[in-house]
Design a protein around this ligand. Structure first.
Ligand code: LLP
Length: 435
């Protein structure tokens, strides 16, 4: 079947849009009480637009579902404004590198609210974390245990020992893309429960007098739609964890989000309740702090990307290519994981979208897909602003300068005003690191 045989589709589903999405009298989509076309005109495209109300509500929902200790996984989208917002809304922050740690600290997030991850933390990253008094370090390997021990001998003694958790792999495969599965036996992350490595790591950390082992951590994967995957992992974890008598259990992130019409995902509460129930069945003491690290589910649907259409190429009997001014440099997910998105025109957000097109970027390779099979209103034309919703997670954070395309600006919108939280890169920025 050629692309032109595809059937007409409905407008983008409302639940894929940020919480303050509304239609103006002129039919334009408004977010945060601002017309998206005005944002494109003022700040240029490509542009990442985040609904601040949506971000705050998502953080609050996570805190309400999990309680104190729940951490925002900063890798999904991080800049100073986002770090501050998550902290203001009561979340801790999971940082997975010295770079993420630096951004969070420079945003003013107290070190005690940070939890450091990484399967290969450098000595420098560990030293920075220890010196600033980081809240938690999640230990991932025997080499890291040795590295920590050595470092703590050389650093000035502190009144409190650094709190660490041990990362374990429960041997549960989440039903998700293989690149974002992390909980199985064949994984670079953590210590396997089944092989006994996890128990050895616990013993080694208990013997290390310079750290305080406070808990166990696991993360089975990302974009998980199936609560039963979380339940299974929590059962394995709970069984391992209960006899240790430790006070904290962190089940990682992974809650999926709908990206396209027709998809739906569990809520934070459903995920938290299923996890807690599974832990209780395994004998985990009710006083244990069970928490999580949601990333995608906090930011994905809060963000929309705006592009401008530059060319429309109709290949008779094959397909129509619509090229925009961004692409795999601002959202590598379609290329990396074959991820699907919707596309729509903010000027007619409620219009039906009968025209099948392939939405592509401006990079010099055919794989540069934004939406491989998109449907748009038939009157789409060059100069139109086209939007892809649910692009708030792992888009900007995985953006690159491929083809020396400057990275887009990021704006937060709320109550009729927009603020630039990350400015657009300039051509000068592109040579900033060159000698
Ligand atoms: N905690 C740990 C230890 C993690 O490794 C991750 C994600 C999270 C929490 C947050 O997971 P989330 O709630 O966002 O699913 N780039 C991929 C996703 C990679 C996720 C890596 N780790 C994507 O674009 O789909």
């Amino acid at each position: 079947m050629s692309a032109d045989d595809a059937v007409a589709t409905d407008p983008v589903e409302w639940k894929l849009l940020p919480k303050t999405a509304a239609v103006g009298e002129d039919g334009h989509l408004r977010v945060g009480d601002i017309d998206l076309l005005d944002l494109a005109a003022e700040f240029g495209t490509p542009l990442f637009v985040y609904d601040e109300y949506h971000l705050r509500q998502a953080c609050r929902a996570a805190v309400a579902a999990w309680g104190d200790g729940v951490a925002y996984a900063a890798k999904a989208f991080l800049c100073r404004a986002m770090a501050r917002l998550a902290f203001e809304e009561g979340m801790h922050l999971d940082v997975a590198s010295g770079g993420e740690l630096h951004v969070a600290l420079s945003a003013g997030v107290p070190p005690a609210k940070l939890i450091l991850h990484g399967n290969n933390k450098s000595e420098e990253e560990l030293a920075t974390a220890l010196e600033c008094g980081i809240g938690r370090i999640v230990v991932d390997s025997f080499d890291e245990i040795a590295r920590l021990g050595r470092l703590l001998e050389t650093l000035p003694a502190r009144s409190e020992r650094p709190a660490v958790l041990v990362r374990v792999t429960p041997g549960v495969e989440a039903h998700t893309h293989e690149f974002v599965r992390t909980g199985g036996e064949d994984s670079k992350f953590g210590f396997s429960v089944a092989s006994g490595a996890a128990a050895q790591a616990v013993a080694a950390l208990e013997l290390l007098p310079s750290v305080e082992l406070v808990g166990v951590h696991a993360h089975i994967g990302s974009q998980v739609f199936d609560v039963s995957s979380f339940e299974q992992a929590a059962e394995v974890l709970g069984r391992f964890f209960a006899p240790l008598g430790l006070p904290e259990l962190v089940v990682g992130g992974g809650l999926g989000v709908p990206y396209v019409n027709g998809e739906s995902a569990p809520t934070q509460v459903e995920w938290a309740d299923a996890t807690r129930a599974a832990c209780a069945r395994m004998g985990v003491d009710p006083s244990v702090r069970i928490s999580a690290e949601p990333g995608r589910s906090i930011v994905a649907a809060a963000g929309i990307t705006l592009y401008t259409v530059g060319t429309v190429k109709r290949l008779l009997g094959i397909r129509t290519y619509v090229s925009v001014d961004g692409g795999m440099s601002d959202n590598p997910r379609p290329v990396l994981y074959g991820s699907g998105y919707e596309a729509f025109l903010p000027r007619v957000v409620r219009a039906s979208r009968p025209e099948p097109i392939r939405l592509v970027g401006k990079h010099c390779e055919s794989g540069d897909l934004v939406v491989p099979q998109a449907f748009v209103p038939a009157d789409l034309q060059v100069g139109d602003v086209v939007a892809t919703p649910v692009t708030g997670a792992y888009g900007y954070s995985m953006a690159s300068n491929y083809n020396k395309v400057p990275r887009p600006a990021v704006v937060f919108v709320a109550d009729g005003s927009a603020r630039v939280v990350v400015r657009r890169e300039t051509l000068e920025d592109l040579t900033r690191l060159d000698s």
